[in-house]
Design a protein around this ligand. Structure first.
Ligand code: 5AD
Ligand code: FES
Length: 330
């Protein structure tokens, strides 16, 4: 699809039935019926940055900051193994405390103790640091570029640099990571043209994974009160991203489930093939509030596992086997 066709399909008036069906067929053909479960471990909510949309930004004094110990991280990773997950996604704010050296050590320990595929989602580091993390045993890395619109990026991420972010993504690829990126849909000032550009960029970058969620205004951020993105727009993005990228791994994201109780199910029916059940300790979940209304904040990891298995059954789908590595390299 070209940009014009993408913009047309993203427009609220355009009928979705036909292209959602095509996205579902494309998903079935290129990635199958299995759904990969990735255990999401939010291991620190400390962050040095001030992204205007994000609840754990440094400038939000209301956040009760926490940081798991290496022992706690290992316990959570072992619990993920017990729940049958094959991947742990270790996510945090851009926490100054974790010098790359400490992170390297933790990755090494988690890998040795569990053999899980390890995905990091910890923000911007240098080329050398990414290489070290890869060597320590991290397999994948998620770093959303958030929007391909340079001016919007600058307005929303005042202490980040657009070109540097894309350099990071290139370095990650060079270091041998399976690379995931993505965007929020419905950001204030975001146009359908720029969302179409986002999709074309996913394709051009040949991403292994693409995460898309609706923007949800957080009352404790400068974007308090902004209208959020709709599920409809986020689903259109997922479906078109499936059609265009064919075999990328695409999650039905927590943000989609948070704005609509059927959000993740709907995403799984129009292109998504991954779920990321939360495995963070329950006592810290509410403190990892990037946006309000986040689902699962009172659930134990076992409850989230039961919930996603029931969701898959209701959709006639099942857990995919294996580690769920990228299909790009195969
Ligand atoms: N609404 C929706 N998604 C958000 N994220 C951060 N803040 C918000 C928000 N207010 C997303 C960003 C980030 C990911 C971890 O969470 O895209 O990359
Ligand atoms: Fe933490 Fe944006 S507020 S990286």
């Amino acid at each position: 699809m070209n940009k014009e066709e993408l913009v047309q399909a993203l427009s609220p008036g355009a009928d979705t039935a036909a292209f959602f069906a095509l996205a579902d067929e494309t998903r079935k053909k290129y990635v199958g019926d299995g759904v990969h479960l990735r255990g999401l471990l939010e291991f620190s909510n400390h962050c040095r940055r001030n992204c205007r949309y994000c609840g754990i930004r440094a400038g939000n004094p209301k956040v009760r900051r926490y940081r798991l110990t290496t022992g706690e991280i290992l316990d959570c990773a072992r619990a993920a193994v017990a729940l049958g997950y094959r991947t742990v996604v270790m996510q945090s704010g851009e926490d100054n405390h974790w010098g790359p050296k400490e992170l390297v050590k933790i990755v090494d320990e988690v890998k040795k103790a569990t053999g899980l595929a390890i995905t990091l989602s910890v923000g911007e580091y240098t080329k050398e640091e990414y290489k070290d993390l890869r060597k320590a045993g991290a397999d994948r890395f998620l770093l959303r570029f958030e929007t391909s619109d340079r001016a919007l990026f600058a307005a929303l991420k005042p202490d980040s640099d657009y070109d540097r972010r894309f350099s990071c993504l290139a370095w990650l690829k060079e270091a041998g990571f399976q690379v995931g990126s993505g965007v929020m849909a419905g950001l204030p000032g975001q146009t359908l043209e720029s969302l179409a550009d986002d999709i074309l960029l996913f394709k051009k970058m040949d991403l292994d994974m693409v995460g898309i969620g609706p923007f949800i205004a957080n009352p404790d951020t400068p974007l308090a009160g902004s209208p959020g993105g709709t599920l409809d727009l986020a689903l259109r993005m997922v479906a078109l991203t499936r059609i265009v990228t064919r075999n990328a791994h695409i999650p039905a994201t927590t943000a989609m489930g948070s704005i609509d109780p059927q959000g993740r199910q709907k995403a799984l029916r129009c292109g998504a093939n991954v779920l990321m059940p939360n495995i963070s300790p329950v006592e810290h979940r509410v403190d990892y509030s990037l946006y309000p209304g986040k689902i699962c904040v009172n659930d134990q990891p076992e409850q989230c596992a039961g919930c996603v298995d029931a969701m898959l059954r209701s959709l006639g789908r099942s857990r995919a086997g294996g580690f769920g590595h990228s299909l790009k390299k195969a």
